[in-house]
Ligand binder design. Structure first.
Ligand SMILES: Nc1ncnc2c1ncn2[C@@H]1O[C@H](COP(=O)(O)OP(=O)(O)OP(=O)(O)O)[C@@H](O)[C@H]1O
Length: 257
């Protein structure tokens, strides 16, 4: 059974001469419980695939399914109960005038929960924030703490799938590993499936079991993290990407991965 499946997905923006084919014939599946990464250079179409899944692109063709249920054009509440997103910039994704308590309680109420108080306490605990953080506002939090709140909000509906769009790239290097480790722990504790976009191969290798490499809107290769570590990709672009990101030396690759 697959958590996510994409079959011959095509996504484009604009019409006629202005048309940009952002994603072409993308086909891949993410198994339940798997962590799957999308990597590739800037503009290769990674984020567009995620946006298409959440129904946020104007034109697309092909088929997408969540837990083997085909997706139509509209995303309903059931979709957001199953699939949640964590964005790159936690400051932009949290409302500046809402306290952590308001951010979490609003999401919990929206999804029909009534036992708001214990759920907020549990969510804060899950993301490693104590009860003292509950009444703080985003500007009173560090970047890493803000991303923890964004992760707590994503977990609030008890989803089974998290979409992670460059979840640590806006953070200080010193807290990136903390957040990645937190996400890894949460995946195990909550039986989550991850679809993660990153331009950083070291991050994806740390977090994912399989990786799709994108170039100019196409998936050129799907490989396992072991194949990536062994530097045995079959597509020349993947090899180029690996060498550019991690250097030529095998020991250097092992050190980073
Ligand atoms: N709203 C839009 N209107 C027109 N073109 C768009 C729009 N959104 C994305 N594109 C184009 O689609 C292509 C894919 O963009 P996308 O953001 O998916 O790339 P990406 O691989 O996620 O890049 P990055 O790592 O820089 O975020 C790019 O050529 C981009 O310019």
């Amino acid at each position: 059974m697959s958590a996510l499946s994409f079959e011959d997905l095509n996504i484009w923006f604009g019409e006629g001469r202005d048309r940009v084919d952002a994603v072409k014939h993308a086909t891949f599946e993410v198994a339940r419980g798997e962590s799957f990464g999308l990597v590739g250079e800037s503009g290769s179409g990674k984020s567009t695939i995620m946006r298409a899944l959440t129904g946020l692109v104007p034109h697309c063709s092909g088929r997408m399914a969540v837990n083997d249920q085909p997706l139509g054009r509209k995303r309903d509440k059931t979709f957001y109960k199953t699939v949640q997103m964590v964005f790159q910039d936690p400051y932009a994704s949290l409302h500046p005038r809402q306290s952590v308590d308001q951010i979490l309680s609003e999401t919990l109420r929206l999804h029909g929960f009534r036992d708001i108080d214990p759920r907020i306490e549990k969510l804060l605990d899950d993301v490693g924030l104590g009860p003292a953080f509950r009444f703080r506002y985003p500007h009173q939090l560090s970047g890493g703490q803000r991303q923890r709140v964004a992760i707590a909000r994503a977990l609030a509906p008890e989803p089974s799938i998290l979409l992670l769009d460059e979840p640590t790239s806006a953070l200080d290097v010193s807290v990136q590993a903390e957040i990645l480790n937190l996400l890894t722990d949460l995946r195990a504790e909550h039986d989550l499936t991850f679809l993660m976009v990153s331009h950083d191969l070291a991050v994806v290798a740390h977090m994912c079991e399989r990786i799709a490499v994108m170039q100019a809107g196409e998936i050129v290769e799907v490989l396992s993290v072991e194949e990536m570590r062994a530097m045995t990709p079959s597509h020349p672009y993947t090899k180029q990407l690996l060498e550019a990101s991690l250097g030529y030396s095998r020991s250097e690759v092992e050190a980073v991965v």
